[in-house]
Design a protein around this ligand. Sequence first.
Ligand code: UD1
Length: 379
Amino acid sequence: MKKVCIVSVVGARPNFMKIAPVLRELSKHNRFQSCLLHTGQHYDESMSRVFFRDLGMPNPDFNLDVGSASHAVQTAEIMKGFEQVCDRVRPDLVIVAGDVNSTLACSLTAAKLQILVAHIEAGLRSFDRSMPEEINRIVTDSVSDLLFTTEESGNRNLRREGIAEEKIYFAGNTMIDSLVFCHRMLDEIPLDGLLSCITQCPYFIATIHRPSNVDNLEKLSEVLQILQSASQLAAVLFVTHPRTRDRLQRLGTVNNLTELDGNLQNIQSGFIYLVPPLPYMEFLGLLSRCKGVLTDSGGIQEETTFLNIPCLTLRENTERPITVELGSNEIVGLDKKKIASGLSCIITDRWKKGTTPPLWDGRAAERIVKTLMNAFGAE
Ligand code: UD1
């Protein structure tokens, strides 16, 4: 029987954790010829290559090297490059994940070439079209043939948008597959980087990179005030995306904000420590030991829910409502009162205790590949 040719797409940091378990699972089956394409949307060592290492991913078979640009240019460059790869490889299926520009560009390209598209993490909606990711989600889902959802709200959203029931598969969360896979290894491997000298000092982790929070310098100042008040309760490790780093430089000097000197030994409350983007394992290690998280990331809302770590989401909405309904997440925007009361609950161990959402069990990729076997006929 001819092998089913599958091209899986990664481009930006959150894609790597979502695709790695699927690649691992695909490699177990002779039925599939699996290739990996990297669009190059993220290209810094710390935003891309280290994740391949930590997640045990193969080197990409294709790299489009598109780099950074405006949304239109970046999306168009990916589409142009991906069309050429599809013409050459003629895949039977393209797998995309999440909601970044690479997801949108490659799903659209494949659909126009009449190649089947599978979308991992389908159906999430923030109902906020000012987020570029929301547009990416809606368009990608509307052109996908197999839609793998992570939570019940995703199934409901897709049905409401008229997606046929037989295209929707509630598979669970492949990002949690990666977390389960790597978290286990944390106890087994020698720890390096920041984890080699773990501190007894309690700390919060902050990650803030959404355009809505950092592009406007007034908003960014508000965020920093919030982090300053958090730092009065526990040291704040502010893990910064290149975008945030750039905007902070424009802001100039900020009180009690200092670079971490590569060592956690001397951290203390009263300070916000700037930390560069971290490798996956190092971030997980720090996350599992922190008091709580202040974030505007999508994925971290899920990871904290799985690890049952208090999470304050500095946004007005979430496309992942299960993390609030069942998990340890609360949506607080930049509301200083809500945040102060949340932080005080966290530091005195009175934060709500969450439960793990259905099918976040480390086996989502297994279910996804089983579905693909059924769709294409087993070996
Ligand atoms: C992208 C995703 C976002 C995701 C985030 C995770 C879209 C629309 N957004 O946002 O959903 O949460 O990734 O990190 O796809 N840059 C570097 N080095 C890199 C990559 C980017 O310095 O390796 C800088 C560049 O200045 C670039 C800026 O970061 O212009 C933004 O990068 P871009 O890929 O456009 O979007 P993100 O903000 O990273």
